[in-house]
Design a protein around this ligand. Sequence first.
Ligand code: NAP
Length: 240
Amino acid sequence: MKRVLLLGGTGDALRIARQLGHEHVYSLAGLGKVPDDLPCAVRVGGFGGSEGMARYIADERIDLVIDATHPYAAQISANAVKAGGVARVPCWALRREAWQPQAGDDWRMVGDWAELTAALASFKRPLFTLGREPLAHLDEIPLQQFWTIRCLDAPETHPRARILATRGPFTLEGERALFSAEAFDVIVSKNSGGSATEAKLEVARECGLPVVMLRRPELPAVDREFANVADLLEALRVSA
Ligand code: NAP
């Protein structure tokens, strides 16, 4: 059986990790919860760039790297491909499909924080569902705006922001209740894909709310790419 280094930090990665035996390693950056009930080994923290990861692959006699990180975690994905190249082990990736706008959607695509704030200029009550990045900009909240920021933890407080510390999956009913209670006038999102956080898009559509969508970063080519967990696990089983 090949020894796998699985790069994770997503629900999909956790599903893969649950299927890996004790000889494999699940790697997390250390920002979120560290599972303590996995059959495989778990390591936490950065490797020290692609060179550090290449050294880890050699030292731990890893045969295959699987990148199942979030589609916006571009640095670790680039490092995985580089490290695999240096250590001469293949790199596979789980690349879940992006959401596509549907009839009635009003998506406004932006590339970075400056474009994002420009796109929000005419709104009053944005809901940010981008993770922690807005927390670094609390002092820049325009006078006419009140921000709601949904992310994993709420280390800050601010008189013109509400920070909702919560993790998905989010249901349609829950999103409807939140949207109606908070009267958002725009939603800010990454195009994460998958079903766990998709309900907000459906409710935005129902309410006729625009979505300011941060474009996906470019990710490097890998030896094999999978769109879902089942296909990846099957390929792993066949290659064992
Ligand atoms: P990133 O910008 O691509 O990576 C920054 C650095 O964090 C990497 O260079 C690496 O440090 C370390 N790192 C990231 N993922 C790692 C992993 N699985 N194992 C070990 N080290 C890791 O990543 P990010 O956007 O900060 O995301 C960090 C973690 O959160 C990832 O596991 C990702 O899957 C998860 N996540 C991210 C998002 C998002 O929107 N970005 C959303 C949900 C979950 P070294 O260079 O020192 O190795």
